[in-house]
Design a protein around this ligand. Structure first.
Ligand SMILES: Nc1ncnc2c1ncn2[C@@H]1O[C@H](COP(=O)(O)OP(=O)(O)OP(=O)(O)O)[C@@H](O)[C@H]1O
Ligand SMILES: [Mg+2]
Length: 608
């Protein structure tokens, strides 16, 4: 690739928004188009880069951003300027050097205009010819995706404003065609699609076009943009609605994937008979009022992906951490889809995330795709860089099958009918008249068929809208609950400045540390106390045991003593019994003697 030049200047008028009001407006928009920049008819013959319907691989361009942060140490990538191969250096790893080759390696000194000329210009030119095109920036957080695509700084205008400028410049310089340019701008935030031009339209669904035109975001606004300034104004408006936030790795980190969608409808311009005569005089044999009744519809997707991030390094917590998890998950799905496509697997998990579903056509379908791999040369991010380069290497294997999107334009047909009528009226010969009448009939028939098809489509759409309304009511309720929770979390975080957030986080960490230390101390004290109690209990137990033994001994002694005493008692009782008996007998003898004495002297007693 050697073509390196600034994009041609836009020559359209600016009745709407003044370029001064828009930071995007700094894209070159001079009113004059130099002769060398003018596009003649030949410029609109598709270039023979390849034939429509042939397969073409995804093109991968690697951009190394300069080292910008004080804490970064450059030197992770070895590269010789001009070479398309780089070597990633990881001295500590078992594989210390890994080489990768891409379509083009764009070094740290590469300007935005060079990036455009290498990676984007061809895609935009093909979109103007009716192809679908995608330009997507991939890489870890802070690697320069948003800078590359959406930067609005006049000194380094990004790819999006440049692509838009080229489309309008081309349209302004083309005398043979009229252009209709429509813009949509959405973000995928936490797996929900939001219209960035009408932010109240949230949680939009992706649907399949029944006419085979791929997928589309249902309910998303499509703004008809007539001038470059209009378009830049809407883009700036969309940027303001996109979610960015401060993280430890990027002060303006994109927290969502953003997709700019431009639809370019190109139709042949109606030529008056005067113009046709003038063209005939220049040797153009065609006498038809239209070069072609068909319109060409090219769609351009410009995708600024959110970057993968390691929570440890980005220090994201709360809502920021939830965002990072959603981003990483959808990027993993993107990687899996690329791998499946690259290996021609039978199943590609496009439906696993909104991002991949939306980019389905760009990854192996009807589109031409340029992937901009944004990486940093910092040694601190060498693992992340390796992951990005592996992603790019796999993406290079994905084959697309782009075709020119052509359809019959209704307005072209109606105008063709009018022209045919006028021609029939002006014709003198009968034969020519009947031939023209037959032509007229055919055109009428075609118009009627198209009208019937449109009517059918309208009915189908009506039914779809009813179903969507019902679905939306349910989704809305769910969303309100989720939004309330998210808003509360966000409000809590937003209420704090970054410094305060860090201070608070530090405070929380210190508090936690103190609590942990206290818990450890308490636990140790408890263990000590427990041990002491155990020891005291053991001593008590031993004492009790001894006491018990003593008591048992005493009990045995007292039992023995009792037995002796019992025996004594029994003996005493027996003695007492004998004594009692002898006493009783003595007493009765005494009683007898007393009664004898009382009853008088006993005979013989005096004589004795
Ligand atoms: N080529 C470059 N030249 C100079 N500065 C750059 C370049 N690329 C990126 N930067 C700067 O690096 C910083 C991070 O860039 P940017 O916001 O584009 O990263 P990102 O890849 O979009 O990150 P995220 O995924 O977090 O959104 C910005 O300050 C940007 O201006
Ligand atoms: Mg970004």
């Amino acid at each position: 690739m050697s073509r390196i030049a600034t994009p041609p200047a836009y020559s359209g008028g600016s009745p709407g928004v003044s370029s001064d009001k828009s930071s995007y407006g700094r894209v070159e928009s001079s009113k004059s188009v130099s002769t060398s920049q003018s596009l003649d008819e030949k410029s609109y013959i598709p270039k023979p880069r390849f034939e429509s319907g042939n397969s073409e691989r995804v093109k991968v361009f690697m951009r190394i951003r300069p080292t910008i942060r004080a804490e970064e140490t450059s030197g992770a990538i070895a590269w010789n300027k001009g070479s398309e191969t780089i070597t990633l250096l990881r001295p500590e790893s078992p594989v210390p050097e890994t080489s990768f080759s891409f379509q083009k390696v764009l070094g740290p000194q590469t300007s935005q205009s060079e990036v455009y000329n290498y990676a984007v210009r061809d895609v935009v030119e093909d979109v103007l010819q009716g192809y679908n095109g995608t330009v997507m920036a991939y890489g870890q957080t802070g690697a320069g995706k948003t800078y590359t695509l959406g930067n609005t700084d006049a000194s380094a205008v990004g790819m999006i404003p440049r692509a838009v400028a080229e489309i309008f410049n081309t349209a302004a310089a083309d005398t043979l065609h009229t252009y209709q340019i429509c813009l949509s701008y959405i973000q995928i935030y936490m797996e929900m699609i939001q219209d960035l031009l009408r932010p109240e339209a949230e949680n939009l669904a992706i649907r399949e076009d029944s006419a085979g035109g791929g997928v589309f975001v249902s309910g998303c606004s499509e703004v008809l943009v007539n001038t470059l300034e209009d378009c830049l104004h809407y883009l700036e408006m969309g940027d303001r609605n996109r979610v960015f936030a401060f993280t430890a790795l990027n002060a303006q980190s994109s927290r969502s994937h953003a997709v700019v969608m431009l639809t370019v409808v190109r139709s042949s311009r109606y030529l008056s008979s005067k113009e046709r005569d003038a063209r005939a005089a220049q040797g153009d044999p065609s006498t038809l009022p239209f070069a072609s009744p068909k319109v060409k519809v090219g769609k351009l997707f410009l995708v600024d992906l959110a970057g993968s991030e390691r929570l440890k390094k980005s220090q994201s917590v709360g809502l920021r951490a939830s965002e990072a998890r959603a981003i990483n998950l959808s990027l993993t799905t993107l990687g899996m889809c690329i791998s499946s496509r690259a290996s021609d697997a039978s199943h590609v998990p496009f439906r696993d995330s909104k991002l991949t579903r939306l980019l389905q056509e760009s990854l192996g379908g009807n589109a031409k795709t340029s992937l901009l791999l944004c990486v940093s040369d910092a040694k601190e991010y060498v693992d992340e860089t390796l992951q990005s380069l592996q992603f790019g290497a796999r993406a290079m294997c994905v084959k697309n099958k782009p075709v020119v999107n052509e359809r019959m334009g209704t307005s072209t047909l109606a105008a063709q009918l009018m022209a045919a009528l006028a021609a029939a009226a002006a014709s003198g010969t009968r034969a020519a008249e009947s031939q023209r009448a037959a032509n007229l009939e055919a055109v009428l028939h075609q118009t009627k068929e198209e009208r019937d098809a449109l009517e059918e489509e309208r009915l189908k759409l009506g039914k779809m809208i009813d179903a969507l309304r019902k679905e939306k009511d349910v989704e809305k309720k769910e969303l309100e609950v989720r939004k309330e929770v998210a808003l509360k979390e966000q409000a809590d975080l937003m209420a704090l400045s970054h410094g305060e957030q860090l201070k608070k986080a530090k405070g929380v960490a210190e508090q936690l540390d103190r609590e942990i230390q206290k818990l450890i101390k308490d636990r140790e004290a408890m263990i000590k106390l427990h041990r002491e109690e155990m020891a005291a209990a053991k001593v008590r137990e031993e004492k009790l045991e001894r006491h018990l033994e003593e008591v048992v001994g005493d009990l045995n002694d007292s039992k023995a003593r009792n037995a002796v005493l019992q025996r004594c008692l029994d003996a005493t009782k027996a003695d007492l019994k004998v004594f009692h008996a002898s006493m009783c007998s003595g007493l009765s003898q005494v009683k007898e003697a007393v009664s004898r004495i009382a009853s008088g002297p006993v005979e013989g007693e005096g004589e004795g």
